[in-house]
Design a protein. Structure first.
Length: 343
């Protein structure tokens, strides 16, 4: 349970650093660079200090990262400009926990206590109140589909990890959170790397075509306005909510040149997110069911409220604080109803 609480705090800082680095470098490079750096740091730790990797558990954890950190994060990136940040967070955080509990019950036969189910539902209700969409973006079918896919990816990735831990326990293999995070990170890095390469190739081809035709950019904009088929859906150069995502998705539009401090944001995002944060997340999943861990981790946006006020001068309204209080009561219920052996 301690691992779940540490995860929420670390991921809160990770989200702040990610937002800052994305504004300068763009989401694709920022995400790719943090996973690349995380693989290096976690790889050094795993190969020098952690128990040796075991092939069968590695395969399961690799697929967990591919589904959760790879496909899930990619789907979330596509959903953000189409749904807005509030609705995207609402879908992913509130749907991942019940999806994980359902998969865990069907696949692993793990059931939750009635009080745990009620407490988890209270947490999700609190999050739904705090992050109720404000009408900032009109949702579209692709955005809703990608938001659902992101929630499935996060929930399924967590339960695949649980499957690996069950096997390791039966096989009497030592469980190490940092090593497990490294093995998952490799799977996520494969998807992130493929997407980064695809986006780079697409932009180079588009730039080359623009050099051949001075009117190419205007022609492309006209085609985007008349047909969704002209848009490559996973490369967001013409999203329907440019008012929210324009500066974040194109770093050259921020008017700011990257400096040494901006690279520290990538380092901070890497340490708080993929490295220490995911290690604590894996630690929590190795000791508690996903239906208990994910509702606590889902409170990350609420935990981030005081940190964003401190670091970004972003004040929260009464709705956010009220929802946070409800979610905190739900978390307290989870702690009270969960056996102390996992603490």
């Amino acid at each position: 349970m301690i691992g779940a609480f540490l995860t929420t705090v670390l991921w809160s800082f990770s989200a702040i650093f990610a937002r800052k680095s994305t504004r300068v470098f763009g989401p694709s490079f920022a995400n790719f660079s943090r996973l690349f750096l995380a693989c290096i740091l976690l790889g050094i730790y795993s190969h020098l200090f952690a128990p040796p990797l075991e092939w069968n558990s590695f395969q399961v954890l690799f697929w967990s990262g591919l589904v959760g950190l790879g496909l899930g994060d990619l789907a979330l990136f596509v959903a953000l400009p189409r749904l807005g940040s509030r609705l995207s967070l609402l879908m992913v955080q509130c749907l991942a926990a019940p999806i994980a509990a359902l998969i865990e019950w069907i696949w692993l036969g793990t059931s939750l206590l009635p009080m745990q189910i009620v407490s988890g539902a209270v947490v999700l209700v609190g999050i739904a109140i705090a992050f109720r969409p404000s009408g900032e973006v009109k949702p579209d079918a692709l955005g809703i589909g990608m938001g659902l896919l992101a929630a499935i990816g996060q929930g399924a990735g967590a339960i695949i990890s649980r499957r690996a831990y069950d096997y390791m326990e039966i096989a009497n293999i030592a469980v190490d959170g940092g090593s497990a995070a490294y093995q998952r990170m490799l799977g996520g890095f494969v998807i992130s790397g493929l997407y980064f390469a695809l986006e780079s190739a697409y932009k180079r081809r588009k730039s080359a075509a623009g050099n051949l035709s001075p009117n190419h950019a205007q022609e492309q904009r006209e085609r985007h306005e008349t047909s969704d088929e002209a848009r490559l859906p996973f490369i967001d150069d013409s999203s329907p909510s440019r008012s929210e995502s324009q500066s974040d998705s194109n770093p050259e539009q921020t008017g700011k040149k990257a400096g040494p401090r901006d690279y520290l944001y990538i380092l901070g995002n890497t340490l708080c997110g993929p490295v220490i944060g995911v290690a604590c997340y894996q630690w929590a999943l190795s000791e508690q069911p996903g239906g208990v861990v994910l509702p606590i981790v889902a409170a990350t946006p609420l935990v981030a409220i005081p940190f964003t006020r401190w670091l970004e001068q972003d004040s929260a309204g009464l709705q956010a604080w009220g929802g946070g209080l409800i979610a905190a009561l739900g978390v307290a219920g989870l702690v009270w109803s969960t056996p102390a052996t996992g603490l």
